[in-house]
Design a protein around this ligand. Structure first.
Ligand code: ATP
Length: 390
């Protein structure tokens, strides 16, 4: 742990109102339109990463999870909102400022094979990372780094090339390289989804151990809500670029409030089968919406069995639920029904209409794979930017 590491539970990294719209280069008829089209990849996302805690960001493919991680890593410029590192607003665009930021906020990618250079040994990768971050890159430093990710004895691994390692060992080397910076936050974008089912648990356990020993703040991005229950202290759920629910992992996974979270939980594997991560939740018939022209109001309303008139008309605010401290849902079902008036009329049969709010739950209002049809993405993914700082 670095000398300046924040105490356990301290806020390390915060996003407020984080928004990212990717421009779309129009083709055909769409090119004649004067209104520039954008992919609404992330809209009004607020989240907090704390020292010594894992926060899971869960959602199906295309919901914006990776974009959130890349924004937090400052690999993309943001369209709006704020990112605060230890309380200070930060916006870095490369160079020294990016290096200084990357030292404190490191990212681990899904595919360890792609993120390690095949022509270099483990020794080369780790030596370079230690040097960049001003650490002694001697045998002791290398041995200690590999020890942190349980690759021992170090001599067995140091002179190996990535292709000579198993997927799990490669991901451990990527984690070791990230740790060379002594970061305060680790952004792990689906760190186990490309690994063999049998070794996923080992890598998650390693990350949990690191969180505890090094007081790291970890963002854990996953499709698999069952693994979030097992591994994360807090779970946030994203749908079509917006956060829809958050709270402690046990509550969100065992007592999901938002109809989308309920759908995810219903289609998740049995926790006993942890590791068999759901790559696709295609059991429900609905499709995620286009993020070029997302649905009005609540983006989930076209798939929601409880949709009411207001759901189409107005973006739901975060509503604090009283079943557990910190549990909230952005869903009109939990708003005070009297305040909603006509808007609280269910659009489809099956919506509960209990007194109080539609679910009859006690809540207090407080206080936000896209189609790229007709368009081409114009902003390239920049894993290499982070690589450059390693
Ligand atoms: N560089 C880019 N340019 C344009 N659109 C992009 C870009 N990167 C992502 N998108 C779009 O933004 C939306 C969110 O993508 P993102 O990769 O963040 O989702 P995700 O939840 O991480 O999905 P997955 O789990 O498949 O990685 C998608 O519609 C995607 O097509």
């Amino acid at each position: 742990m670095s000398d300046t590491a924040p105490p356990p539970g301290a806020v390390v990294l915060e996003a407020e109102g984080l928004t990212k719209h990717f421009p779309v280069r129009a083709r055909g008829r769409a090119a004649l339109s004067r209104t520039p089209r954008v992919v609404h990849a992330v809209d009004d996302v607020t989240l907090t990463l704390r020292s010594g805690r894992v926060t899971a960001l869960v959602g199906e493919s295309g919901s914006g999870k990776s974009t959130v991680a890349r924004l937090l890593a400052q690999l993309y410029p943001r369209t709006g909102g704020d990112i605060r590192l230890a309380g200070s607003s930060t916006e870095v665009k490369g160079g020294r400022a990016f290096k200084a930021y990357a030292k404190r906020v490191q990212m681990i990618f899904q595919d360890p094979f792609a993120s390690l250079n095949p022509v270099h040994t483990v020794r080369h990768h780790l030596t370079r990372a230690l040097r960049i971050h001003g650490k002694p890159a001697d045998q002791q430093g290398l041995t200690e780094l590999l020890g942190r990710v349980q690759l021992t004895p170090a001599e067995l691994y140091l002179d190996k090339y990535p292709h000579e390692l198993s997927g799990g060992q490669r991901q451990r080397v990527s984690i070791a390289r990230a740790l060379a910076a002594d970061p305060e936050a680790l952004l792990a974008d689906e760190p186990v989804s490309m690994l063999d089912v049998s070794i996923r648990l080992g890598v998650l356990n390693l990350l949990r151990d690191l969180k505890e020993r090094l007081d790291l703040a970890i963002l854990y991005i996953t499709h698999d809500i069952a693994s979030a229950r097992y591994f994360a202290d807090e779970t946030m759920v994203m749908y079509a670029g917006r956060m829809v629910e958050g709270g402690d992992s046990e509550t969100v996974t065992q007592n999901p409030a938002h109809p989308y979270t309920q759908l995810l939980v219903d289609s998740a594997p049995n926790p006993e089968r942890l590791g068999a991560i759901v790559e696709d939740d295609d059991e429900d018939s609905g499709e995620p919406p286009s993020l070029i022209d997302p649905p009005s109001g609540c983006r989930f309303h076209p798939r929601c069995p409880h949709a009411m008139a207001i759901c189409k008309a107005k973006v739901p605010e975060r509503i604090e639920l009283t079943d557990a401290p910190g549990h909230w849902a952005a869903c009109w079902l939990y708003a005070d029904k009297a305040a909603l008036g006509e808007g609280a009329v269910p659009e489809q049969a099956g919506a509960g209409a209990a007194a109080g709010n539609v679910f009859g739950a006690t809540a207090t209002a407080t206080a936000g794979t896209a189609g790229t049809a007709n368009g081409t993405v114009t902003e390239a993914a920049t894993e290499e930017n982070q690589e450059a700082a390693l």
